[in-house]
Every structure is written in C-alpha cells, then in structure tokens.
Design a protein around this ligand. Structure first.
Ligand code: COA
Length: 257
C-alpha cells in the first residue's frame, strides 16, 4: 500500500482514501497500484460488500500527476502501465463503488465517477476533464460513458470545451446522486455502503451486473482511447502543455502551417 492511498475496512465496507494533499491528491503510479491492489483484494474478500473512494484535505484529486505524464511521454521505463491497469480495472470492479467527492475532481478524478454506482459531492465540489487543453484525448471509457449518462452536448462541454461543472450541475447532469454538506459527506457515503452490506450479496451482485450491462463494450473503448492517449502523451502539444503547467505559465501551441 502506498503511503498516499490508505485502505481501511470495517462493517463490510472498504474505504480507500487519497492522501497527497500537498499535490492536490494528484495520482502517481504507486497510488494507482495501491488502488488496484486494494480494489482487487476487496473484491476477493467475502467480508467486503462495497468500496468507498474519497480524498483528503478538502479535495478529491487533481487527476493524474503531470510529472508522470511528462515522463511517460518521454518513454520512461514502464510507460503508463499502472494507469492502464487502473482504467482497465474500473469497468470490471465486482462490488459497488461509492465515491465521496469534496473539492476538485479533475481528469481521472471525474472520469472514474462514471464507473461508480453512487456519487455524493459537497457543494464546493467541481468536476473537470481538461484533456484536450493538455493536448490529450478522453480516457477511462469517458467518450462512451459520459454521452450515455448525460448526453452528447453536455459531454462535449466537459470533454472538449474543458468546462468545469459545479456540484449542482453534476447532479443535474446525473453523475452525482446528491449534494451534501462537507460534514455529512463521508457519513452519507458510509450509510449507503452499510445499507449495501446488509443486502443479500448474491442478489446484489446479479442486479448490479444487470444494471451495468456487459463490460466488454466499455473495456474495448477504454483500450481504444488508451492507444490514442498514449500517442498523444508523446505529442509536441501535450509536452508543451505539461511543461507549461509545471513552469506555471500559459502553454504556447504551434499553429498548423
Ligand atoms: N500533477 C502534478 N502536480 C500537481 C497536479 C497534477 N495533476 N495538480 C496540482 N499539482 C501540484 C502543483 O504543481 C503544486 O505543486 P508545488 O506546490 O510544488 O508548486 C501543488 O500541487 C499545488 O497546486 P497549485 O497549482 O499551486 O494549486 P492551485 O490551488 O493554484 O490550483 C489546481 C489547483 C488543481 C486547479 C491546479 O493545480 C491544476 O490545474 N492542476 C492540474 C490539473 C490537471 O490538469 N490534471 C490532469 C488532468 S488530465
């Protein structure tokens, strides 16, 4: 387990917490590995009925660590394997996942929510997928799941325009179940998780699988996006966007000649 992801279990619920507040809980490769290991272990553990995923320090996550993006784009050993493992796991997680989102949810912090079963957010929560502005393309099945859940126009706003959705807009768009005060967020998620833990497990698993449909289509889209994404990581546009972020300056993209 990475020190920056903690996993604790009680009352049939596994709580996964992102804990890298000095970097806005941006996800590093060890953090993805820790998340995958814990999700797989929880799925295999008969004592666990549901996973709760949350952040810390008043934020969910600023998405993938941009230093890791830059390194992967420059061909660093191992490429983006842990990220791929995580996004491939998302449609295949066997037990319900409940997200509790406070503050920022950027990039994968938003796209992973479309694989969750329930999402609760605080009034200050914001959701954004600035892939395009980083020279990248949608990932984690978002190009399929977002239009399916909230329609193509809202998805275009988010995935292409890079617009930020407020908690209320996210609730209205259908990917947040309820907006709750910060001091009620984890209690609300835990209450729902414990209700799930009290349900007949076999019936729960069958009903959830029916609601989610076949994961094959989602997995195929995840892989298709990942090929394009990995190519884009190496593109001059993406490298300029990453450098600009790290140097705290606006990016300068070359205009096509
Ligand atoms: N990757 C790596 N480091 C990140 C990060 C990320 N995704 N998001 C934030 N950080 C780091 C910053 O570099 C900064 O580090 P420093 O203190 O060593 O300079 C620290 O976290 C605090 O971030 P900062 O930008 O100073 O805070 P802010 O409150 O002004 O802005 C955000 C917060 C989240 C809006 C801004 O950090 C941001 O836009 N992050 C990038 C989000 C993103 O594009 N993610 C990828 C999606 S695909």
């Amino acid at each position: 387990m990475s020190a920056e992801v903690t996993a604790t279990s009680a009352s049939g619920v596994q709580v996964l917490r992102l804990m890298r507040p000095d970097k806005k809980n941006a996800l590093t490769r060890p953090m993805y590995k820790a998340l995958c290991d814990a999700l797989e272990a929880g799925d295999a553990d008969a004592a666990i009925a549901a996973h709760v995923l949350t952040g810390s320090g008043g934020m969910f996550t600023a998405g993938n660590d941009i230093n890791d993006f830059l390194a992967a784009g420059m061909g660093a050993a191992g490429g983006v394997n842990e990220v791929l493992r995580f996004i491939r796991l998302l449609p295949l997680i066997k037990k319900p996942v409940i997200a509790a989102v406070e503050g920022i949810a950027i990039g994968i912090g938003t796209t992973l929510l479309f694989h969750c079963d329930l999402v609760y957010a605080t009034p200050d929560a914001t959701f954004a997928t600035p892939f395009l502005d980083l020279g990248l393309v949608p990932e984690a099945g978002s190009s399929l799941l977002m239009p399916r859940m909230m329609g193509s126009h809202r998805s275009f706003e988010m995935l292409v325009m890079g617009d930020t959705f407020s908690a209320e807009r996210a609730r209205e768009a259908g990917f947040v179940n309820a907006v709750v005060p910060a001091d009620q967020l984890e209690k609300t998620a835990m209450r729902a998780a414990k209700r799930l833990a009290a349900k007949p497990p076999e019936a729960l698993a069958i009903a959830r699988a029916m609601l989610r449909g076949s994961p094959a289509e989602i997995s195929a889209r995840v892989d298709e996006e990942a090929i394009a994404f990995e190519r884009r990581l190496k593109s001059p546009e993406a490298r300029e966007a990453f450098q600009a972020f790290l140097e705290k300056r606006p990016p300068e993209f070359a205009k096509p000649t």
